[in-house]
Design a protein around this ligand. Structure first.
Ligand SMILES: Cc1cc2nc3c(=O)[nH]c(=O)nc-3n(C[C@H](O)[C@H](O)[C@H](O)COP(=O)(O)O)c2cc1C
Ligand code: SF4
Length: 431
């Protein structure tokens, strides 16, 4: 089995964030190798590896790159370092500890699509990371690895960082492009899609990839698609960083092969459910994915392999793999109400079902949580949430409907306890 720290290489090589250390351990060799290949060959190699986007949707990366029309003279690579999904904190660790591998992966993507520049869009709170990333980019530029005549190839490509202002919606790729252009971060109407003329950054064809996705690329170029596919499963190859938070003994980021079971992640790596409690629920993709119900620590569902395909089979999504763990004492109505407050606050308001829907869900849940709810309120929120599905301009509307729909479906007894007064009234804090 190949070395499993593809992403978090600092675990094997201390100080790999420093350029001399990175170079000593094969850093930028993959870029030099890629520069000797034809751009189309690089795309074919990444396609053959079946690397899937780590930003949430799991879209095949090489296929995404192949959508870019080569005939257009100006093209961009945009790195999504917005990292705003609830419970997600993996990209930060990459930027802090292995930044050159991200820069190298972004430049390989840029060579593959023949981009003129790379923009790394970071969430506003990452201002300190943006500063250190600027320094790493400058170090690489001074060594001739970024900017003009990269590695003596005659090819020019600069890498820039850009800070957002701290809005969840700016992680959505088209809102991110708007924000990067200096406009209000609101999703665009598509088509045209970012890969097409008119749809990308400044109207030019653009590839948008997540930080973790691009950090995989140097390893794939160095070791080949077949080696990469030996890790993980056929449909979900490679490693994945799982961000574990909530009621576990050892929360944190764990890089493991895709296909590792949820049981192994939670009980072998994350130390088990905190304080000897039993597992009740898991949000596998932060607040945005369907919540999964567990009947304690022996539930066979815990043996589900963590892949895009297996999580779809159990009625949820792997998404960004931000695994929020909840024990037997968790009130799932509180969870639904808390997440709803987040989405209400973060809805950009551009389309009616999401803007109005999140408002009404929040208001009605407040009533239920305060002990004033009636049975018809649960039907009302279920109906409002259903009416948000599939009709909004971006996926945030869908994300906001999920906590309601799946909490009512998977934890009906928690709602019942709210309505019959068994659960004590509570005010859920939020915006
Ligand atoms: C509301 C919303 C928020 C998102 N936030 C992020 C984010 O913080 N980081 C990210 O990489 N992708 C985020 N995405 C997904 C991006 O739109 C896009 O699919 C992703 O950056 C593509 O990269 P990938 O193909 O490498 O996964 C978000 C999507 C939506 C709808
Ligand atoms: S779904 Fe919500 S966040 Fe997305 S565009 Fe519509 S209002 Fe904005």
């Amino acid at each position: 089995m190949a070395n499993l720290n593809i992403i978090y290489r600092e675990k094997d090589v201390p100080n790999i964030h420093e350029l001399p250390v990175y170079l000593k351990h094969g850093g930028y060799d993959a870029l030099k190798k890629a520069l000797k290949m034809k751009p189309a060959e690089v795309i074919d190699l990444v396609k053959a590896s079946n690397l899937r986007g780590r930003g949430g949707a799991g879209f095949p990366t090489g296929v995404k790159w192949s959508f870019i029309p080569q005939s257009e003279p100006v093209k961009y690579v945009v790195v999504n370092a917005d990292e705003s999904e609830t419970g997600t904190f993996k990209d930060r660790q990459i930027i802090e500890n292995n930044p050159h591998q991200l820069i190298e992966g972004s430049l390989i993507a840029a060579w593959a699509i023949q981009a003129t520049a790379v923009y790394i869009y970071l969430r506003g709170e990452f201002w300190d990371l943006a500063q250190s990333l600027d320094q790493h980019i400058e170090d690489a530029r001074k060594k001739g690895l970024v900017g003009d005549n990269i590695a003596g190839s005659g090819w020019n490509c600069m890498v820039y960082t850009h800070l957002g202002a701290g809005a969840y919606i700016c992680g959505e790729e088209s809102a991110l492009l708007e924000s990067l252009e200096g406009k209000l971060g609101m999703p665009r109407v598509r088509p045209p899609f970012p890969a097409n003329k008119g749809g990308g950054l400044y109207g030019e064809p653009s590839v948008i990839n997540n930080v973790e996705t691009l950090t995989n690329v140097p390893w794939i170029i160095n070791n080949g698609a077949d080696e990469y596919k030996k890790i993980g499963t056929e449909q979900s190859p490679g490693t994945k960083v799982f961000c574990v938070s909530g009621h576990v003994e050892k929360p944190g980021n764990y890089e493991l092969p895709l296909g590792t079971t949820l049981r192994e992640l939670l009980f072998t790596h994350a130390g088990g459910i905190a304080n000897g409690k039993q597992l009740k629920g898991v949000l596998p993709s932060g607040g945005s994915g369907p919540v999964i119900r567990f009947a304690g620590n022996d539930d066979p569902l815990l043996d589900t392999p963590m892949t895009y395909e297996d999580f779809a089979k159990i009625g949820s999504i792997l998404g960004s793999a931000s695994i929020i763990v909840m024990d037997e004492d968790t009130d799932m109505t509180w969870v639904a109400a808390k997440i709803t407050k987040f989405f209400k606050h973060e809805s950009c308001g551009k389309c009616t079902p999401c803007r109005e829907g999140t408002y009404w869900l929040d208001k009605t849940l407040d009533r239920i949580m305060s002990g004033q709810g009636q049975e018809k309120d649960v039907d009302l929120i279920a109906s409002v949430a259903r009416n948000m599905q599939g009709v909004t301009l971006c996926a945030l509307g869908e994300f906001a409907a999920n906590p309601i729909i799946y909490t009512i479906k998977n934890f009906p007894e928690d709602f019942k306890a709210r309505l019959d007064g068994t659960a004590a009234p509570v005010v859920v804090a939020g915006h």
